[in-house]
Design a binder for this molecule. Structure first.
Ligand code: 4NP
Length: 152
């Protein structure tokens, strides 16, 4: 069993989308979860705009609920995947070591795919921001899947 945790700021846009996209790949022996470094949206469903953008790609994330990242997640997960460098730094500030912590774009870059280092935060932007976000996350997940298949 490999346990993967995606982390963004609010856990209502990028990390639940990453969770839903990876879940839809149907890989065996995988536990998938997501969390936010902030606590503003704890208990809430993903942002409506992200739910709609995901659903248009046949990914249903309506069942997910936001929670805050906790130090106990370092023990509960094998791999902690940050959506942007700011999330990455916030996670490392709580970490004992950085072995388990990665940036989603690293997995895309390992496969030679061209994506920005950070998945941009779509919260304060327009609808097209959510599409861009999903495009970038999808390439990252493609890379992550290749990586996980080599581990499993
Ligand atoms: P996320 O997006 O980190 O992708 O979930 C955000 C959601 C909410 C806020 C910031 C980013 N916020 O400031 O409330």
């Amino acid at each position: 069993m490999t346990r993967v945790l995606f982390v963004c700021l609010g856990n209502i846009c990028r990390s639940p989308a990453a969770e839903g996209i990876l879940r839809a790949r149907g890989l065996p022996d995988l536990v998938i979860d997501s969390a936010g470094t902030g606590d503003w949206h704890v208990g809430k469903a993903p942002d409506r705009r992200m739910q709609a953008a995901c659903l248009s790609r046949n990914i249903d994330i309506s069942d997910l609920r936001a929670r805050q990242f906790s130090v106990t997640d370092f023990d509960r997960f094998d791999l902690i995947v940050a959506m942007d460098r700011s999330n990455y730094r916030d996670i490392l500030a709580l970490a004992q070591g950085k072995d388990k912590v990665a940036l989603l774009s690293e997995f895309a870059h390992k496969q030679g795919a061209q994506v920005p280092e950070d998945v941009p935060d779509p919260y304060y932007g327009g609808d097209e921001g959510f599409e861009t976000c999903l495009d970038i996350i999808t390439v990252g997940i493609d890379g992550l899947v290749s990586d996980l298949q080599a581990r499993i």
